[in-house]
Design a protein around this ligand. Structure first.
Ligand code: ADP
Ligand code: MG
Length: 503
């Protein structure tokens, strides 16, 4: 049972540790913090120190049933509100999140080990932006009139799907939750979210903020483990749509369960995104672009991380040296310290997995590893899950480091000689999430952009998810789009046809 009252402060707080404790041990169901039905909870750790910073309710099928019932009841009234009114309320959540952005940034840094200045603050602000963006789209839930025959009026209307089950991972949990919740709600659905077991606290604060604006039950949040809490959410008969971000392996399980129920799914899965650099690129900008593309400040824990960098041979050596020098100058340290560029890996399990890849790369004949930056020396961070960024060259095409998603600060760099061969290499992957091309020859850049198998291709930049731009992969990277008007219309509504014969 809970050993402390659940009273997170109303006003924004900069005491992230007290906030983590105050958010501990509860789901958020029907507008209130409630402990797990079983009374069980599990520990949440600060990956920079190993300390326990709070606890999370350990959800199971019983909690899922309570949350889904709450969402199903709330959905009837929520769907009756005018769409623009729903949008206005969602936008208001965005404003509240914006007012609490610094607090949320500190909490997510504590919980995930992502550096405050380079990552956590960015996430908190993008979350507010996503709510505000979708909040403005209520009046876009339009249908069409369809010519059919004289004396008939045939129209389509957009209707919500019902209760949406949303399952999120730990790398950018608030942002990925926002991409799911905000459009689902504006479209008239209600939501039950299952948070990631590694990062259940900051998302809970977002729920509590939303609850100040939205009716109870319109969104609910459960914490817990995948098979025990995520699986019953997907399987629940009243969940009429599932939106999932996570691994390919679990994505397949989710898809199979959804298939048995014949419900739609959105799947945002992994990536092994190529970055293609031509010799005529703007060299300095592209080196910096490789750092952003590889998400080194997020320890490479991004589905879109440029973990395969192809560089035209004449500038290959110079590019690798410049990239390594820049990464080397980045500061690893306490995620909450403003000086820190790079924080920690999320969990001991991921830490071991990433280290395994690095050891395998180092042991590969012909491969060279450049380990950059320095592990922090601060005694308080001795148990922190820090891993030096690694840049590998000379790996064979069939290396696991080239084919599998590492989700760590490890990139691989290869020389290439012509556009056709680099295109073939870029497309030789089970994934197809994102890609970037760096060249001052726009004709060549655009030609490649059209032929790369990916959901998102950027030329001379590699930004993270942006409101208004559809985001989502092809091949094993997933199904469906997020972040855009299209995402809301196609993935959170269905189109009903209504015909009137007035002859
Ligand atoms: P990761 O490699 O980050 O753990 P996962 O795909 O395992 O990626 O996890 C992403 C999300 O999916 C998490 O919230 C996790 O709890 C959830 N999850 C894991 N297994 C299942 C499952 N069998 N059914 C539903 N959700 C699951
Ligand atoms: Mg997992």
């Amino acid at each position: 049972m809970l050993d402390r009252p659940l009273t997170p402060p109303d006003a924004p707080t900069l005491d992230e540790r007290a906030l983590a404790r105050a958010l501990s041990g509860a789901h958020f169901i029907d507008g209130a913090f409630v402990p797990a039905g079983s009374g069980r909870s599990f520990a949440v750790h600060n990956p920079a120190t190993g300390e326990e910073i709070g606890r999370a309710a350990d959800g199971d099928g019983t909690d899922v049933a309570t949350a889904v019932e709450s969402a199903a009841t709330a959905q009837r009234a929520w769907a009756k509100l005018p769409a623009r009114k729903r949008g206005a309320l969602v936008a208001k959540c965005g404003a509240l999140i914006s007012a609490h952005a610094e607090e949320l940034a500190r909490l997510i840094a504590l919980e995930t080990g992502k550096a405050l200045r380079t990552e956590s603050r960015v996430e908190a602000n993008v979350v507010a932006d996503i709510f505000e963006f979708f909040g403005g789209l209520g009046s876009e839930l339009k249908g069409e009139s369809v010519p059919f025959a004289p004396d008939t009026l045939s129209v389509t209307v957009r209707e919500p799907l019902g209760v949406v089950g949303a399952i999120i991972p730990w790398n950018v949990p608030m942002l990925l939750m926002a991409l799911k919740i905000a459009p689902a709600l504006v479209a008239g659905n209600t939501v039950v979210v299952k948070s990631a077991e590694e990062a259940p606290l900051a998302v809970l604060r977002v729920c509590e903020l939303m609850n100040r604006v939205l009716p109870p039950g319109t969104f609910n949040m459960l914490s817990g483990f995948g098979p025990e809490c995520g699986a019953p959410l997907v399987a629940h008969p009243k969940v009429r749509k599932v939106t999932f971000t996570g691994s390919v392996e679990v994505g397949r399980i989710v898809y199979q369960t959804a298939a048995a129920k014949i419900i739609p799914v959105t799947l945002e899965l992994g990536g092994k995104s190529p970055m293609i650099v031509f010799a005529d690129c703007d060299f300095e900008k592209t080196v910096m672009g490789a750092i952003t593309s590889m998400r080194f400040t997020r320890q490479g824990q991004s589905c879109t991380a440029a973990s395969r960098i192809y560089v035209e041979r004449p500038i290959f050596d110079r590019f690798v040296a410049a990239l390594a020098a820049k990464v080397d100058a980045m500061v690893m340290g306490d995620p909450l310290d403003e000086k820190t560029d790079i924080g920690t890996i999320i969990s001991a399990g991921q830490f071991e997995k990433v280290r395994g890849f690095i050891e395998e790369g180092r042991a590969t004949k012909g491969a060279t590893a450049l380990a950059c930056s320095r592990l922090p020396e601060d005694a308080a961070l001795r148990k922190g899950l820090f891993i030096q960024p690694h840049i590998f060259t000379g790996l064979p095409d069939d290396s696991r480091l080239v084919r599998e998603e590492i989700f760590g600060p490890v990139t691989t760099v290869f020389p290439f000689d012509d556009a056709e061969s680099v295109l073939a290499a870029a497309n030789d992957s089970e994934y197809g999430l994102a890609a970037s091309v760096w060249t001052n020859d726009l004709k060549r850049g655009l030609s490649l952009a059209h032929r790369i198998e990916a959901g998102l291709v950027q030329i001379n930049q590699n930004l993270v998810v942006q409101a208004n731009l559809s985001y989502g992969g092809v091949k094993s990277s997933g199904l469906g789009k997020e972040a855009s008007l299209e995402a809301m219309l196609e993935h959170f509504t269905h189109k009903k046809t209504i015909m009137v014969n007035y002859g």
